[in-house]
Design a protein around this ligand. Structure first.
Ligand code: SF4
Length: 439
């Protein structure tokens, strides 16, 4: 019988120019990893930085199903090194799946290792609890709740609106569990602030600024669900913009400011820019027209795919093309029952979208799809997309980028296997290490 090790090693052999680190990272991101109790974090009081559930669950089970792995919290990320594949330092976001053939456990020597099919394949470094997580806001809230950091501390992730106004089967994106994740944290009695007050965000950032003495944090992302009516009496651009304005007034230029929002009309985008936001992520999610309509019914109804794309191009005139970085969810192109049935077709479609944007100087990026079990696509595709799709996407992405003369995007830290910190896909691990970085 073909094991997961066979699959991984076959792809490493067939795609030798894709770093081995990226092959394993993509497999861990699409399928998750299991955690032995010996490597859980003990939550807020331990020595290891816990998983913050910064926007989506990014797990293959619900919190009640995860039991101890949820209560004692897995780490936010792991860093892999060494082992039989001689891995360079590889940062991987943690997606928990108790049934995964990948398992993290501590050996008798106390060293945590990643096992695949029962064989140790990498040493595992766990993220240390940052100093700033040991302090609380004056109202008692934790910094992890208000301003968690990911990407090994590089990025402060400010999900200031924890739900999405696209609601229910006819509006929610079919791969997104933001609303379910909100409900499950509330049901578990965890603090999970729906709308984060601006002064709480500023206070949490002050704590980070004070205690991040090694200067690890370089950027912040303002994000959350889409706003189709109003939140706190504000439409989407004003709602997210008020945080950017307050942050940039209080900490001018301290971090690279990014906003993930809908593709908004040009005047709204201009306001983001005027407030000091440097990078705009109007995520296009999936390129194929039919799949966008099926998977993003809310976005299709309120904005529409063609208008969405037109606004992405418009925003490049405001921010400059290099600073417009729309995301897509890599893998949903192949989700049953509507997706492409062959890797060739899926890659051809995605490559068309990459070329469309890259030919305009806009460099999209992607996160690797995690098929969360409470989403429609996760339910019908618990295994996610084929690993070969993810590996060929890395190859296609780099080739399209180079063909269009583009270099590493700003705001993602260093590129290259062994250097990258971007943890939710391996596109940065796959770019050349000596590629120029703009920020
Ligand atoms: S717009 Fe779609 S992907 Fe974004 S939060 Fe709402 S449902 Fe999720």
């Amino acid at each position: 019988m073909r094991t997961r090790t066979d699959l991984v090693e076959d792809l490493m052999g067939r795609f030798p120019h894709v770093p081995r680190e990226a092959v394993l990272k993509e497999d861990l991101l699409r399928g998750g990893m299991a955690f032995d109790e010996s490597v859980l974090t003990d939550g807020d009081d331990g020595e290891v930085k816990p998983k913050s559930y910064f926007i989506f669950s990014f797990d293959h089970r619900t919190l009640p199903e995860l039991g101890a792995a949820a209560l004692r919290r897995p780490p936010e990320e792991v860093v892999l090194t060494g082992g039989p594949y001689d891995l360079r330092r590889t940062v991987v976001s943690v997606r928990v799946n108790p049934d995964s053939p990948y398992r993290v456990m501590a050996g008798e020597d106390g060293v945590a290792r990643l096992h695949l099919d029962g064989r140790p394949i990498a040493d595992v470094g766990l993220p240390p609890m940052p100093d700033y997580y040991r302090h609380t806001l004056t109202n008692g809230k934790s910094v992890m709740e208000v301003a968690p950091t990911i990407q090994w501390g590089y990025l402060i992730y400010l999900t200031v609106f924890r739900v999405c106004q696209y609601f229910g089967a006819k509006e929610e994106c079919q791969y997104c569990d933001i609303n379910h994740n909100w409900r499950q944290h509330k049901a578990a009695g965890r603090p999970y602030t729906g709308v984060k007050p601006v002064d709480e965000v500023l206070e949490a950032l002050e704590i980070i600024d004070r205690y991040d003495t090694t200067g690890t944090s370089h950027a912040y992302t303002l994000t959350g669900g889409s706003v189709t009516s109003k939140v706190d009496g504000l439409a989407e651009a004003d709602f997210y913009g008020r945080y950017a304005k307050a942050i940039e007034e209080r900490f001018p230029g301290r971090w690279i400011g990014k906003v993930v929002a809908q593709a908004l009309p040009r005047a709204d985008v201009q306001r983001f820019h005027d407030y000091g936001v440097r990078i705009y992520h109007p995520n296009y999610e999936v390129w194929d027209k039919r799949l966008f309509e099926l998977y993003c019914p809310g976005k299709e109804r309120y904005v529409g795919r063609e208008e969405w794309h037109r606004r992405i191009l418009d925003s490049a005139e405001v921010f400059g093309p290099r600073n417009v970085i729309p995301n897509f969810v890599a893998g949903i192109e192949m989700a049953e029952p509507f997706g492409f049935t062959t890797v060739d077709e899926a890659i051809a479609s995605t490559a068309e979208g990459l070329q469309y944007f890259m030919s305009c100087g806009i460099l999209p990026r992607f996160t690797t799809w995690c098929p969360e079990p409470t989403t429609p696509l996760g339910r019908t595709n618990p295994q996610g997309a084929p690993l070969e799709y993810h590996i060929r996407l890395l190859e296609t992405y780099r080739a399209t980028m180079e063909a269009n003369g583009l270099s590493t995007p700003p705001g993602y830290g260093p590129p290259g296997a062994g250097n990258a910190v971007f943890s939710v896909s391996s596109f940065m691990d796959t770019l050349p290490a000596d590629a120029p970085v703009s920020a």
